[in-house]
Design a protein around this ligand. Structure first.
Ligand SMILES: [Zn+2]
Length: 418
């Protein structure tokens, strides 16, 4: 608060972290419309005569009383009248999460569903794979592929012609260790018997888009991580986790090996944790027991589900990893909450679980909710971009913010220039 000869200038510093887009059910407040995240409002009162301190107090209380309807807001406003706190220094995870784009997240889903079919061995699958590779290369990554080979008679391995795609942000201090952030790029549709149409917007265009968006932001030349982060787009998940199973089979023994020796290159850094994303848009509750139908709109209690496998926690490391994600949700993803469950199932983190901390991120619990019909578009022709509303994409974007914040913390991200 500044006092001049006959003016009062009250600076109201509003310090609550506020989403740019309010979640559904959130009571609109004046600062939503102003788009304030962290801001100040300057109120100048000019009077004819010099102002006494009593007058200042009355003006101050008036501002608090009329402007701040919530106790949180009132507290912030009151603090602003007492002293003006310096703007807090942002942490590296906060700076990284700020660079994520909801529009890009949506656009990626639209692109992926637009291939029309990403069923393994289809032309659409190969075009989608090449598009993902092109995106990663445009961010500046050297892209690698893991060729899928499956068991055949006489102990041979047959090449299926399918590849998973991956790119790595190489750590600056511990490049020989890494976290894996992943999703499956293939799709499946039970309503297309000849496997010619499987748009897979949510399953798993949404998870694939998340991995692309985090890869884009972490690619920035001004961001460094202590350990490496590998972004993997699994192929052939829908026919039995084939991409991830064969990756674990082929590459587990290569962990931490420098190749060639003395080169400083570690083709397969030691696995520290795997965060898989599989369907992150749609939380409309369970089907109505009477009608069997799922609500058209997102439920009020919509959240992000983090799951580990209670039978395979890697000595508790998977639970610790899940906790890191939950913590990151509260710090970096203000739109929706998250919760942790212990029944991870049926996605590409499963083959890793016996060896390393492995979790999955989903719109619902895989067994208790998705498995009981919570998403009527799952493996259906209706899993197209237009099926999902803005609120569905905001739920998905919450997972993007959560994983980005968590991986920035876990990988020791720094933004040296800031
Ligand atoms: Zn899936």
């Amino acid at each position: 608060m500044t006092i001049m000869k006959n003016q009062v200038m009250v600076r109201w510093h509003y310090i609550r972290r506020q989403p740019a887009i309010p979640p559904t059910g959130h009571r609109p407040r004046v600062w939503d419309h102003l788009g304030i995240v962290q801001s100040s409002i300057l109120i100048k009162v000019t009077t004819a005569r010099p102002i006494r301190h009593v007058t200042l107090l009355i003006v101050g209380l008036l501002v608090v009383g009329t402007g701040a309807s919530s106790s949180e807001g009132a507290r912030a406003a009151t603090l602003g009248l007492v002293h003006q706190a310096p703007a807090p220094v942002k942490t590296a995870p906060e700076l990284i999460v700020e660079r994520l784009s909801l529009d890009r997240f949506k656009d990626n889903v639209s692109q992926l569903a637009g291939f029309g079919n990403r069923y393994w061995r289809s032309d659409g699958n190969r075009r989608a794979r090449d598009w993902i590779q092109g995106q990663l290369e445009s961010f500046g990554y050297a892209v690698e592929r893991h060729e899928i080979r499956i068991a055949a008679p006489l102990d041979q391995l047959l090449t299926t012609g399918e590849d998973s795609v991956y790119a790595t942000k190489i750590g600056t201090t511990r490049p020989h260790q890494m976290y894996i952030v992943s999703a499956h790029m293939d799709s499946f549709n039970t309503q297309s018997p000849d496997n010619t149409f499987a748009p897979g917007a949510d399953d798993d265009g949404s998870g694939t888009s998340l991995v692309l968006e985090i890869a884009r932001v972490l690619a920035s030349a001004d961001i460094e991580t202590d350990v490496s982060v590998r972004f993997i787009f699994w192929n052939a998940e829908e026919i039995g986790l084939v991409g991830s199973r064969t990756y674990v089979r082929d590459r587990s023994a290569l962990q931490g090996l420098e190749d060639p020796p003395g080169s400083g290159d570690f083709p397969e850094p030691v696995w520290l944790g795997v965060i898989q994303h599989d369907m992150i848009l749609f939380d409309h509750g369970l089907p109505d027991p009477q009608t069997g139908l799922v609500a058209d709109r997102q439920i009020a209690g919509a959240d992000v589900d983090i799951e580990y496998d209670a039978a395979n926690t890697s000595g508790g490391a998977a639970i610790a990893l899940a906790s890191s994600l939950l913590d990151a949700n509260s710090k970096y993803a203000p739109l929706y909450p998250a919760e942790v469950g212990q029944f991870m199932c049926c996605t590409d983190s499963v083959p890793f679980a016996p060896f390393v901390a492995a979790i999955s991120i989903r719109e619902n619990e895989r067994r208790a909710e998705i498995g009981r019909g919570a998403n009527p578009h799952w493996h259906k022709s209706s899993d197209v971009f237009a099926t999902y509303r803005d609120e569905d994409f905001r739920l998905g974007f919450t997972a993007v913010q959560m994983t980005a914040g968590a991986i920035a913390e876990l990988a020791g991200a720094r933004v040296p220039g800031q």
